[in-house]
Design a protein around this ligand. Sequence first.
Ligand SMILES: [Zn+2]
Length: 207
Amino acid sequence: MEEYHLIDIHTHGETAEGVITPRSFAIHPFDADKELSKNFQQFSDRYLAKFKEVQTIGECGLDKVCSSDWHRQLELFDWHLQIAEQLQKTVIIHCVRAIDVLLSFRKTYASTPWVFHGFTGSLSTAEQLTKANIFPSFGAAIIDNRRIKVRDTLARLQQPFFLETDTSSIAIEKIYQETADLRKTTIPELISTINKFYNSLFESANK
Ligand SMILES: [Zn+2]
């Protein structure tokens, strides 16, 4: 029998025992103006040589609200996507008010799955993304009763998705519980569904 784990697809905290988070690396768009990002090639070569077990590239992406230079963000994101294609890794995406630009990148870089982390959008946006092989990941926002749109999306979404804690101090167990309640399913069912998707995605793209 396969053993299933809670999967926290994206966290900045310590992963609790028994919880799986893929090892990843990237430069966040918040840091796009920093010195480090100017030498991204060097940085990534060094990092990847040191940590051969990197499973995902992320979080990287585009943020129209943060103060980082937009053109620099585009350049940096492009670098990350090139590496992801080269290494055939899933990408964890940070995207704020830039879905159109994200989808235009997808036309060039489409050979591995992407995960749209911290998704809080509508059901139709989630469906549009999954059509492009970009899967939403939901975090602590879904716990908040006032976040009607994202809770509705999570309740009704038919396509695969992930759950995450990101920077929240809310436990991943609580996010699974709320998701199971919203989707009128059980935690073991939910864990099994997410594990199967995780395995299929990582078997195909992260050998
Ligand atoms: Zn994050």
